[in-house]
Design a protein around this ligand. Structure first.
Ligand SMILES: *Cc1c(COP(=O)(O)O)cnc(C)c1O
Length: 410
């Protein structure tokens, strides 16, 4: 006999972590893959930063509280969570800006090639950034080929400079095999660049072991750094001597406070800094990451998969699976930490669920996403989501005329 939510929560070895978050009463939050929940440690850290450090110590804080070292320090906190040895991860800018730096850097490392190979249907910003770079460099230096995931192997040949992939697709939750695809890229002399927006913090990532060349990831999703939290970059140590990035701002200079006229890149990963780091956001992210201290990402992954399995089994048991197509692969190795359902009225369903206190999100044109954040979601959350979903469909709440119009942010 299968266990109920209460029993599963009782057996959950990481259940206690939920208490480290401030979650509103009565709300089931399944959107941590879009904006992570608020860790208890964050408000105090921000209060200390704003009132005492900024308010009292003012500009001396750059040294006294080592604000200047934050991008490296936060990067080192992230490193073990993505399988990176020290000295290769830096917290800075947004994914979009970091992708621009890394794509340009990767193309420069393969001067005799010009192709960026990627897949169709990935998060649009990644494609937009590649398109912007292609416009800037011209077609002699940059062209983009986007194929279906299944066509990747065939498309990987010695014309490819860089393989740009998101490990877990934002709409479908499908996970690509990082190890295998990186090896295939290397076999034809291409570099691999991975976007970890939907993997970092939710599942074990092994950048060093997979010999990934470069990666970017998000601070505000499964790392819970808050709205607009800075992102991170990873560049494999093997490239540190040769790699150059185009946003050559003063803080990526080897000696920024010499104020010399000529740019000279800082050693190693530090050269990926550009301008002054957003200290408020970085301190919030730094505090948020303390939740991961001493816990095993493998344990989080086990729980995340169990939450997803529990949701799927509920859908089947509640006999609503026929109305909804699960577009997320059920096979563990092939999925991330969300379950995505397809329905023509996906927008109405998401809005009706939110009205009932189950916060999910909608991705155009027809997907409802249920994100399971293993740090704070419980099996009871999953059960409630499945039951409310059944209620919405049974009562036809999703067809309410109020849900015919969509606001700017969906
Ligand atoms: C969320 C997300 C981004 C966001 O990029 P920002 O520039 O940091 O806003 C980029 N790529 C993917 C795959 C994402 O899911």
């Amino acid at each position: 006999m299968s266990l109920d939510a209460k029993a599963l929560d009782g057996l959950d070895s990481v259940a206690a972590l939920r208490a480290q978050f401030l979650l509103p009463e009565g709300v089931t939050y399944l959107d941590g893959n879009s904006l992570g929940a608020l860790p208890r440690a964050v408000p105090d850290a921000l209060d200390e930063l704003v009132r005492r450090q900024w308010g009292e110590d003012l500009i001396a804080s750059w040294n006294r509280h080592d604000w200047i070292g934050l991008p490296e320090r936060v990067g080192e906190r992230i490193a073990p969570l993505i399988g990176a040895a020290p000295g290769q991860v830096l917290c800075c800018d947004s994914i979009s800006v970091n992708l621009f730096k890394l794509l340009a850097a990767a193309l420069a490392l393969r001067p005799e090639r010009r192709k960026i190979l990627t897949v169709q249907g990935d998060f649009p910003s990644d494609g937009y950034i590649a398109q912007g770079l292609a416009r800037l460099l011209g077609e002699q230096r940059c062209e983009i080929t986007a194929v279906q995931p299944i066509e990747l192997s065939a498309a990987l040949d010695d014309s490819v400079a860089v393989l740009l992939l998101t490990e877990v697709n934002y709409r479908t939750g499908e996970r690509l095999p990082m190890d295998d695809l990186t090896q295939r890229a290397h076999a034809v002399g291409a570099l691999s660049l991975w976007d970890l927006a939907h993997s970092a913090g939710a599942l074990p990532v092994e950048l060093d072991r997979c010999e990934v060349d470069m990666a970017v990831g998000c601070g505000y999703k499964y790392f819970n750094g808050g709205p607009g939290a800075p992102a991170f970059v990873y560049v494999n140590r093997s490239h540190h001597q040769a790699v150059e990035q185009p946003i050559s701002g003063w803080l990526g200079h080897g000696r920024p406070f010499d104020f010399s006229a000529a740019y000279e890149a800082a050693p190693g990963i530090l050269r990926f800094l550009a301008g002054t780091p957003p200290i408020l956001g970085m301190v919030a992210l730094d505090a948020a990451l303390t939740v991961f201290d001493g816990i095993s990402i493998q344990d989080l992954r086990r729980k995340s998969l169990a939450l997803g399995d529990f949701f799927i089994s509920h859908l089947q048991a509640l006999a609503i699976s026929s109305q909804l197509e699960c577009v997320t692969p059920q096979e563990h190795a092939r999925r991330g930490s969300q379950i995505s359902l397809r329905h023509d009225e996906a927008w109405g369903i998401s809005q009706a669920l939110i009205e009932r206190g189950v916060i999910v999100d909608f991705r155009a044109p027809d997907i409802v996403r249920f994100g399971f954040a293993p740090l704070y979601n419980s099996f009871a959350d999953v059960e409630r989501a499945a039951q409310e979903l059944q209620g919405v469909l049974k009562e036809g709440r999703h067809l309410d005329p109020r849900f015919q119009r969509r606001p700017a942010v969906t």
